[in-house]
Design a protein around this ligand. Structure first.
Ligand code: SF4
Length: 510
């Protein structure tokens, strides 16, 4: 499958003594595949030549698509919203043209799709968690593409699959027509087409009583075909991943692939997903210790809560300090200003004690001190909602974490009212969201209510890219978006980090 673009690093002697029967692709024909259909069931591994660069590049592109698909789930997007969101993503990273398009790129697109699937299959087969995650996302991608496919091409693709179903003949249909209609919930607009399969292959339809059972066969309406194909895809893929996991140790013989596969799987499990350096407002205005009180109006509830607690007690416990320091660093507060901020905030504590007990941790968060080059001098990244929503709950006296999760519903409503959120309908919505453990959705609901006028304007006038109005998944995104929306008209675009700075004022501008 691989054509090395650099000098081969495989020990020739080691290769020579390997039993060829034990090589994973020992019987492979090294030929290019012929891709008749746009869709692929990925039953056979690719065997043509591909360079190492393509191997990695194509894998990364597919990874981006899968990560976006997962983000849609995390944001609770509906099927229709996911389709709308994913269409440009697929177009950008993994376009797949239909046969009808007659595109000259069609062959290359399908090859890329085929190879990248198998690359990631190898990268994600090492642990149960990765296997399950990959199978779930690949199945969703398959389903999405199948739905988007041209209807004739989809029919032909499905007919080409080695599925054990048989179309119900006209004679049989005439014989059982009324029973078929009654058992399968036939609607007037439905096609009069059914097929039969072994009943064990459709247990969910049997359980829901949505098929006709006769002599060990289940008669299923054609509308169920898509979900049956998707289920079969998922089953085949899960089995394939198990098999790949067993073959993985044999890849040791090829030390070109190991690091690439490791890198691909690692980039899927990054802990602080969602944080981007452009969440800082340092390119618009310079936050200072003195401006934090004013800027706190833009903080999400988790950080407002810490700020209020700090102002009330002139102190915060360790985890709260860490969470808040990293957040402040993320909005663009410099280390020097951060030290001034904490020194003034801990006004009941003597200088000596501050220096000996607190200063080091602040500098450490910024990467100014610490072992292991403390993340190469950059310190730690601000915590994402995902991290704050999944870490251990705070014990009594601690205020860190996400209040939508850590507070009881009644206390949460009290907290929101104390920071000025009073709309009854909104509070009711928040109560329902947290009841269903959709904490970040509750937080987004509050955000959208606070900025509804400006969000509408931004949407109507197409001022920002749609991605900059996506569900918020990071406290620093919340802050920056709130800041920008309040300063609408004074700034050019949603993400000044991308479009270039426009000064809206000095450090005091809020
Ligand atoms: Fe903070 Fe995220 Fe919780 Fe909102 S959902 S309060 S931003 S942790």
């Amino acid at each position: 499958m691989l054509a090395a673009t650099s000098a081969p690093r495989i020990d020739a002697k080691k290769r020579a003594v390997l039993d060829p029967r034990k090589r994973q692709f020992a019987k492979a024909q090294y030929v290019e595949c012929d891709y008749t259909y746009r869709m692929n069931f990925y039953t056979t591994p690719p065997t043509g030549d591909v360079s190492l660069e393509e191997f990695e590049e194509w894998g990364i592109a597919r990874l981006k698509v899968l990560a976006e698909l997962e983000a849609c789930q995390f944001r609770n997007k509906t099927q229709a919203e996911t389709e709308e969101y994913m269409t440009p993503v697929l177009e950008k990273y993994m376009r797949l043209s239909s046969n009808r398009s007659m595109s000259s790129e069609m062959g290359l697109e399908r090859k890329r799709d085929h190879y990248s699937h198998w690359t990631l299959r190898l990268a994600f087969s090492s642990t149960v968690d990765l296997r399950q995650r990959f199978a779930r996302l690949e199945t969703q991608l398959f389903k999405l593409r199948l739905k988007m496919d041209d209807s004739n091409e989809r029919k032909e693709f499905i007919a080409s699959l080695p599925m054990s179903w048989e179309v119900v003949s006209e004679d049989e249909k005439r014989l059982w027509l009324e029973d078929l209609k009654a058992a399968t919930g036939f609607r007037r607009e439905d096609d009069e087409s059914w097929f039969k399969v072994d009943w064990e292959t459709v247990p969910e339809l049997v359980e829901r009583r949505q098929c006709l059972l006769k002599k060990g066969k289940a008669y299923v309406h054609v509308r169920e075909q898509l979900s049956m194909v998707t289920n079969e895809f998922s089953r085949t893929l899960e089995a394939g991943l198990e098999l790949a996991a067993r073959h993985l140790p044999r890849l040791d013989e090829d030390n070109r692939l190991g690091p690439i596969l490791h890198h691909l799987s690692q980039s899927f499990v990054a802990p602080d997903a969602g944080y981007s350096e452009s969440s800082s407002i340092g390119d618009i205005t310079t936050p200072t210790a003195a401006s934090i009180d004013g800027l706190s109006q833009h903080f999400p509830l988790c950080m407002q809560n810490l700020h209020r607690e700090l102002r009330k007690n002139s102190h915060l416990k360790h985890f709260g300090r860490l969470q808040y320091t990293l957040f402040l660093k993320g909005i663009g507060l410099s280390l020097q200003e951060c030290i001034v901020f904490w020194r003034k905030s801990f006004k009941l504590i003597a200088d000596d004690k501050f220096k000996s007990e607190y200063l080091y941790n602040i500098r450490h968060s910024y990467g100014d001190v610490g072992g292991d080059a403390n993340r190469r001098g950059r310190g730690y990244t601000p915590y994402s909602c995902q991290k704050l929503l999944t870490e251990a709950l705070p014990s009594s006296g601690q205020t860190h974490g996400c209040p939508y999760r850590t507070y009881s519903p009644d206390n949460l409503i009290g907290l929101l009212q104390s920071v000025g959120v009073s709309d009854r309908q909104l509070l009711q919505g928040v109560r329902e969201d947290v009841g269903k453990q959709r904490y970040h959705i509750a937080c987004n609901r509050v955000f959208e209510h606070a900025h509804k006028g400006n969000i509408k304007k931004v949407k109507e006038e197409n001022m920002w890219p749609a991605s900059e109005l996506d569900t918020i998944l990071h406290p620093n995104t919340y802050f920056k978006r709130s800041f920008l929306l309040k300063n609408l008209g004074k700034v050019k675009s949603g993400d000044l980090g991308m479009d270039g700075p426009t000064q809206v004022g000095s450090s005091g501008e809020q």
